[in-house]
Design a protein. Sequence first.
Length: 163
Amino acid sequence: MTEKRKDYSRAAGAAALGARLRRLSERLDRETAEIYVAQGIRFEQRWFGVLNQIVLNGPMTVGDIAEALCITHVSVSQARRALESAGLIQMAGDKADARRRLISLSAQGDALVAALAPLWAALSESAKELDAEAGHLVPLLDRLEDALDVRALSDRVAARLGV
């Protein structure tokens, strides 16, 4: 009989909060990637946020997308480059402000978004089902983010260290 290996992150509780969140994020991304492969669709989950913002809002800048998703400009830029290489988006100057570059869906991107709509709807409903099974985790994640906005983890650690 094999003994089940101890799950350090689960056993560590709140002390391993970051590790647990990363692990869950990686698992959800991996399982979603498997779904795309099973459907015969070449799509990376990290592209979803950028594409979804363009679908919801029309052409946007990298900065606008980063602000809407509350992620770094660098993360959006990396996704933008990959999406552009895949032929799913295109860049164009903003007629209202020549300094700005707008990202929009290409014809190929429009077609892919249309093809992915049923899958994205199924993923969304499945995520809602998981959230309900987990006891409505999303409001707790909102509270965690709000608590970090009130006082950053770095400030909390500095106070404990007397820095």
